[in-house]
Design a protein around this ligand. Structure first.
Ligand code: LIP
Length: 281
């Protein structure tokens, strides 16, 4: 099986690069913007086109594999992670950045077997950085091995997070309350690239110590989670304990010490799970 997954990973890298070219070309044109769950949850025709490009190309080579794709789920497909080989795809992670030509956008492809990530590919296409990780095989950027930061003192750390796509004042208050606690530790700084996948690649690369967010989706973090663990980092739920990629909550850090400190500082809540049954109509 190992060889088969290596073939699948090689295919993921090739198709992510092709998808990234389409995304970069589209950045030169007018982008027609539509909305999904709210006026700030954006999608474009490029997101949909790139997801189809990836799925079609994978189906030709691996016809029995399953898919969880951001835009397919938005179109009504189920978001079930079974033990079958499953490609977990975010065609453009950082769609708001893409709409505004803010230069952090990524094609994110995770691959899970028996509910365990086998490989992750994140292509930060404007920067032309191809991040790859294989379970047990390390994490790389453009072929160069990655290692998380060795800094264990959170007061010397940079922490990444995002504001999400809810503008409900209560939800925003919770996000700011957590941010206040983190800033006042104090930490050196707080950053956010506007894409969960690239934030996690920054943890894997060692330029930020940790990333946390409540409200992300499995396609935002599947590939990045393997990048972080293969670069020597740790993944945790925002209340401590094992991370559950369907729970929409994640702490990804360089060390257990920093992850646990973040868990102690942030105010957690439970958004509806990605695999929750859709409301009956
Ligand atoms: C986005 C994430 C971002 C998060 C948003 C959203 P999209 O993904 O990467 O970090 O804050 O809620 O999930 O929609 O650009 O693929």
């Amino acid at each position: 099986m190992a060889d088969l997954w290596q073939n699948a990973m090689d295919h993921a890298v090739a198709v992510a690069r092709r998808a990234g070219e389409v995304v970069c070309e589209a950045l030169q044109d007018d982008r027609k913007v539509m909305t999904k769950s709210s006026s700030v949850d954006l999608v474009t025709q490029t997101d949909q086109k790139v997801e189809q490009l990836i799925i079609q190309s994978v189906k030709e080579k691996f016809p029995t594999h399953r898919f969880i794709g951001e835009e397919s789920v938005a179109a009504g497909e189920a978001c079930d992670l079974t033990s079958a080989p499953t490609w977990i795809i975010d065609p453009i992670d950082g769609t708001t950045n893409f709409v505004h030509a803010f230069p952090f956008v990524a094609v994110s492809i995770g691959f899970s077997v028996n509910k365990q990530m086998e490989f992750g590919v994140v292509y930060s296409c404007v920067e032309d950085k191809m991040y790859t990780a294989r379970r047990g095989g390390g994490a790389f950027c453009n072929g160069v091995p990655l290692q998380v930061s060795a800094q264990e003192d959170i007061q010397q750390a940079i922490i990444s997070t995002e504001f999400g796509s809810s503008r409900d004042p209560e939800a925003v208050d919770q996000i700011f309350s957590s941010l206040r606690s983190i800033l006042c530790i104090p930490v050196h700084g707080v950053r956010g690239a506007g894409t969960a996948a690239i934030n996690m690649c920054h943890v894997a690369s060692g330029c930020v110590e940790a990333y946390y967010e409540i409200g992300v989706h499995v396609w935002d973090v599947a590939a990045g989670s393997l990048l972080v663990s293969e670069a020597g980092g740790v993944l945790m739920d925002v209340e401590g304990g094992a991370v559950d990629l369907m729970s929409r909550r994640i702490v990804a850090a360089n060390s257990r010490t920093i992850a646990e400190r973040i868990v102690n500082e942030i105010h957690s809540f439970r958004p509806p799970r990605d695999d929750a049954a859709p409301p009956s109509v």
